[in-house]
Design a protein around this ligand. Sequence first.
Ligand SMILES: [Zn+2]
Length: 461
Amino acid sequence: MDKRTPPFVVCAVAVFGLLAAHAQAQSSSGWINAYRDTAARLIKAATADDFAWQRLAELTDTYGNRLSGSENLGRAIAWAAETMKKDGLDNVRTEKVMVPKWTRGRESAEIVDPPRHALTILGLGGTIATPPGGLEADVLVVESFNELRMRAADAKGKIVLFNEPFTNYADTVSYRTGSARAGAQVGAVGILVRSVGPVGLRTPHTGAVQYQADLPPIPAAAISGEDANRIARLAARGRKVRIRLSLDGHSEADVESANVIGEIRGREKPDEVVVLGGHIDSWDVGAGASDDGVGCVITWEALRLMKKLGIQPRRTVRLVLWTNEENGTRGAAAYADKYASTAMNHVFALEADSGVFEPARFGFSGSLAARNVIRDITSLLSPLNLAETISGGGGADIDPIAQAGRAPTMAYMGDPTRYFTIHHTPADTVERIAPEEVAKGAAAIAVVTYVIAEMPDRLPK
Ligand SMILES: [Zn+2]
């Protein structure tokens, strides 16, 4: 059976766009029928119980949040390797990665003029400490980097609040990562950023801040959207707002961590690899459930379910739980380095690092030829009622190896509004996530990776 889409369909998609894509979706190519029974078995096994949710709860309850360099992360990594062995996965191993170690310490901030108001804050990951006793300064509120440049003369000696409204993560996150650099350039003494996410329940969101070697590092923290609004309203009325900020973050020498790897060795082409996974590290608040315990669990489930059902695909299916995605992506870099000579044998890479909240979907990046095959494969997922696959797959952990091997990439993504409401906050806990959402992600990923590992020809580049 030919797994490729007939040429006339490729033409039709190009010419008639969405209309043709719709028609194609209704008549997927015949080659996929050979995989229907196994796909149905995987979906049934994944959705039969709440095993995956229970595993996620075990990870987050037993090991807690898992910042790089923490004892929690080390213990979670050891547990994952041991549990993969118990699942019967092949070639289970940990691969050493040196990671940065940053510790938050105590922190607080308040508006000191009457009425005094304690702000809900989280220091940004990697921030330096304020001087002992904290620092006190007037606030300059800006909504963009551009506005800061225009008001540069007003910024000297101030705490700059970036009150950039949240649009989407990709666009807004630059105000978290770039705020301290921009503030240092104009002589600010501290940075507050409006948390990167929709307004929640007065929840601050942490995440990494970046410093620039030729600029002085300045302390930086995120505040809740509500507190950012309050300060902005006061300033807009012409009131001076004075803030005391106290941060205690400090960095230490790099420490040893590891990527955790388990496989189902391919029965015919073991050197060809379908790689998938999530990141085992998290921020140091909440429990790292949606980011990214659940991504680890649903990709892991694909292998556990194949083992359980006695499925050994033609190619190797390799699970990697990457370390240090949040503040360094050293795990991704170490994997790409270690496997550089076999990068071209990576036929496909899938990352789950956007939660599982309904409505969930896949994103895909690759050639039109690969996209047509993926469309046929995802037609097997109709019982799961996923939202339509969109353009743009990939992820921070798989991109280095996928780019080196020119492998098509896929991401499993939950609803971004629900995900980014709790992202990097104390509210990222397992009870936010429904067992059915976890099972569905596991089922979808199991089917996609199984078919790509099993089909006679490689997924086209
Ligand atoms: Zn993540």
